[in-house]
Design a protein around this ligand. Structure first.
Ligand SMILES: Nc1ncnc2c1ncn2[C@@H]1O[C@H](COP(=O)(O)OP(=O)(O)O)[C@@H](O)[C@H]1O
Ligand SMILES: [Mg+2]
Length: 367
């Protein structure tokens, strides 16, 4: 089969799947864009996934194309359809059924950012923000330009961890505003919390975020960044998914604790990233043993090693373990991440090691 015939067979296969929302087939509904098949049988296309689409849809699309005769590989890029502008009453779910999104691929949301790494977890309270904050501060300490986006809409706390509480400045004309990140410890900070009314119930935040996220991100005046760290909302819901789809991530770091390894939350988290073709850079085990405040030796309290075993089993890198360390709790109060406030603590040493591994991985991925 020549490439034209292959392309037609891919189109036909995709046209046999009907979209669960609109009922139209995926081709007629405009869900598939820029489809190409090359002479090696590699099929490339964009798949426009709405945040309320079932997450298996991408998998179904992939397997349908993969099994076709003559197709050797499927490279699909999951994208969000064009969003209605904020304030216009539009949000993702408000897209009219069957309306065809703009066919031309848009430039990335963050064109001046070299690497974007998300820090994620299956559930809250495992130290995700702590890892994100220290990763950002450790890399900034090496002289790189680093940003940190607090995208945990359920518990935004990054500004507090950096000791900044003021709201960011907004400059520029109405409709064309630029939001200035706050800066502390060499890191440029921005929080989705600034978008949100404190009184807004958490359940409202997912839909609100998916509608205005891209616009918000494009209005942040990050300048040039070597690395942007994103503190994700915990879990695998719509808010997570729409973030992953809006920001072009290099990869994600999954944080877990010895107690949470077995719950399946981490696995679900890893699967979510894989489903949308985002690499999981590796697993971090936090609260892994207790660092003695007197001698710095790590005592195994709840057991440890589960994170590493899980990483091995899921064929992921193990990025390191961080002990429970009083220096981490104190850092929270001092408004500086542990690698800054207690650089010689056990936790800081572990965090530095993790930061190095993450940097190595992303620079290999995208030089
Ligand atoms: N290794 C650690 N040692 C001591 N305290 C920790 C450690 N990791 C996290 N904590 C504390 O646990 C709480 C939850 O951490 P946080 O980063 O806010 O979790 P998440 O973002 O996953 O909800 C915070 O008070 C933090 O200071
Ligand atoms: Mg947090």
């Amino acid at each position: 089969m020549n490439t034209d015939e292959l392309r037609r067979s891919v189109m036909a296969a995709l046209a046999s799947i009907s979209h669960p929302g609109s009922g139209k087939d995926l081709i007629a509904g405009g869900h598939v864009q820029n489809l190409e098949v090359d002479e090696n049988g590699v099929a490339r296309f964009q798949f426009l996934l709405r945040p309320d689409d079932p997450t298996d849809l991408v998998k179904q699309v992939r397997t349908t194309v993969e099994v076709l005769d003559g197709i050797t590989e499927v490279k699909l890029k999951v994208d969000l359809p064009q969003m209605a502008p904020a304030g216009g009453g539009g949000r993702q779910g408000g897209l009219k059924p069957g309306s065809v999104p703009a066919p031309t691929p848009k430039p990335g949301v963050l064109p001046d950012v070299r690497h974007v790494v998300a820090v994620s977890s299956g559930k809250g309270g495992v130290g995700k923000s702590m890892v994100a904050a220290n990763l950002a501060a450790a890399v900034a300490g090496t002289g790189q330009r680093v940003g940190l986006l607090d995208a945990d809409i359920y518990g935004p706390n990054i500004p507090l961890m950096f000791g900044v509480e003021k709201r960011p400045n907004v400059s520029g004309e109405k409709g064309n505003e630029l939001i200035e990140p706050l800066e502390a410890h060499g890191v440029r900070l921005m929080s989705l919390g600034f978008l949100l009314d404190k009184e807004q119930p958490a359940i409202m935040r997912g839909p609100l975020i998916s509608g205005v996220l891209k616009q918000f991100l494009q209005q942040v005046d990050w300048g040039q960044l070597d690395l942007l760290v994103v503190d994700m909302p915990p879990g695998t819901g719509d808010a997570q998914l729409s973030l992953v789809q809006t920001i072009d991530l290099d990869g994600a770091v999954m944080v877990t604790t010895p107690q949470d390894v077995s719950t399946g939350d981490v696995r679900r988290g890893v699967k979510m990233f894989e489903r949308v073709n985002t690499r999981v850079l590796g697993i971090v085990e936090n609260m892994s043993g207790l660092a003695c405040p007197h001698c710095n030796e790590v005592v195994n309290v709840f057991g440890s090693g589960g994170g590493e075993a899980l990483a091995t089993e899921m064929e992921l890198a193990f990025l390191g373990r961080i002990p429970l360390d009083p220096a981490v709790a104190q850092a929270g109060d001092s408004g500086a991440p542990t690698v800054v406030s207690a650089p010689n603590s056990s936790a800081a040493e572990a965090l530095d090691g993790i930061a190095n591994k993450v940097l190595d991985t992303v620079s290999v991925l995208r030089a």
